[in-house]
Design a protein around this ligand. Structure first.
Ligand SMILES: Cc1ncc(COP(=O)(O)O)c(C=O)c1O
Length: 372
């Protein structure tokens, strides 16, 4: 689905030097590269505080811990998302409240969010799925009116701009109370292992997040809170500093691939190409089609036979996952999510895709669609 080797080869001398410099410095943990990356990312995002951590799942967990949520508090999130979002809510003994998504953008449906709010609701977690922002104007309006925190899950959309109706433009993840991201290798900004970060403009919250990520201490061996151990390695930070300089050009490369796919599939009645929300950039972490009147498994097998990978993000809605089964939810409760889980298919998309490959993939998909 991605070609990280070709991407590395283009920046190899810089990366190799940066990694070797960290090894030679022996500042492997919380070294100068971590602080420098933090500052670079703050300036790129236009946010006051970035707190690096070990992965995107930790970023969500630490943020919820820092906001002081108590067992039983309700956190609203999408039923169509990667499991990490709901996992940390459940892990902290909070109550995940799932709501359906918009059938065109696959992101939180604000009307469903509003309907799910109760006296125990403390936060909304919009997931900027597949590379574009949820309807943040509507979500922020609800959150302000109902006095709720907004934790943006920006693991799949780092670098996307969101244009509010009032004219302000902000980077994904810097609109709500806090933004949480992942630097998993295949992410739009990925390192060569695990990594994550939290962004916020709130100084007191940033301080608490930093403390919780560091065993609940702000002074060595004085632990004011129960925390966790969640750090970004210096080597990963050094790699991310270099890759951050290329992030906008990487997004453009992904958008070029999406444009190619869109053109190739335009007008075909058997596929729905991804809708681009006019208020948000789409940085195409995934290029996801909805298949109509065609057998998804057969298409996948057909493509596999031609050495073309295709993935299903995600095959099972959260409310039907074994671990998240709950008497509150039944099959049929989230019709859009259930429709998406049974009909979406994602095609390869990455920064190094050549026209020849795109031609081969699109011709193969179209061949299948005309013969099946
Ligand atoms: C939407 C979403 N949230 C959270 C995560 C968790 O990130 P990580 O794998 O770094 O823990 C991911 C990444 O896989 C993701 O796609």
């Amino acid at each position: 689905m991605v070609d990280l080797v070709s991407q590395y080869e283009k920046i190899q001398p810089e990366i190799d030097k940066a990694v070797l410099d960290v090894i030679r410095s022996s500042a492997y943990i919380n070294g100068p590269e971590v602080k420098a990356f933090q500052a670079d990312l703050e300036s790129y995002l236009g946010v006051k505080h970035v707190v690096p951590c070990a992965n995107g799942t930790d970023a969500l967990q630490i943020t919820m811990m820092a906001l002081g949520f108590q067992p039983g508090d309700e956190v609203i999130t999408a039923s169509f998302t990667y499991v990490a979002t709901a996992e940390v809510i459940a892990l902290l003994k909070l109550k995940p409240v799932l709501v359906d998504v918009n059938p065109e953008t696959f992101t939180l449906d604000p009307k469903a969010v509003e309907a799910a709010i109760t006296a125990r609701t403390v936060a909304i977690v919009p997931v900027h799925l597949f590379g574009q922002c949820a309807d943040m104007d509507a979500i922020m309006e609800i959150a302000k009116r109902k006095k709720l925190f907004v934790i943006e899950d920006v693991a799949q959309a780092i670098g996307a701009d969101y244009r509010s109706k009032d004219g302000t433009v902000k980077k994904a993840g810097t609109i709500g109370t806090a933004g949480c991201t992942s630097f998993f290798p295949s992410k739009n900004l990925g390192c060569y292992g695990d990594g994550g970060a939290i962004f916020t403009d709130d100084e007191a919250l940033a301080k608490k997040i930093r403390m919780i990520a560091n065993h609940g201490q702000s002074v060595l061996y004085y632990h004011d809170e129960v925390g966790v151990n969640s750090r970004l390695d210096s080597i990963q930070a050094a790699i991310l500093r270099i890759k951050l300089r290329h992030l906008d050009e990487y997004a453009k490369a992904r958008i070029r691939v999406a444009d190619y796919y869109d053109r190739a599939f335009a007008g075909n009645a058997k596929v729905v190409t991804p809708k681009r929300n006019s208020q948000s950039d789409h940085v195409f972490h995934q290029y996801t089609l909805i298949l109509k009147h065609a057998d998804r498994n057969k298409l996948r097998e057909f493509l596999a036979g031609k050495n073309i990978p295709a993935m299903i993000y995600y095959p099972v809605p959260l409310h039907l996952q074994k671990a998240y089964r709950d008497t509150r939810y039944r099959e049929g409760d989230f019709p859009v999510t259930e429709m998406l889980c049974s009909s979406v298919i994602s095609l390869p998309i990455h920064t190094e895709m050549q026209e020849e490959t795109l031609k081969y993939i699109t011709e193969s998909v179209l061949e299948f669609l005309t013969t099946n």
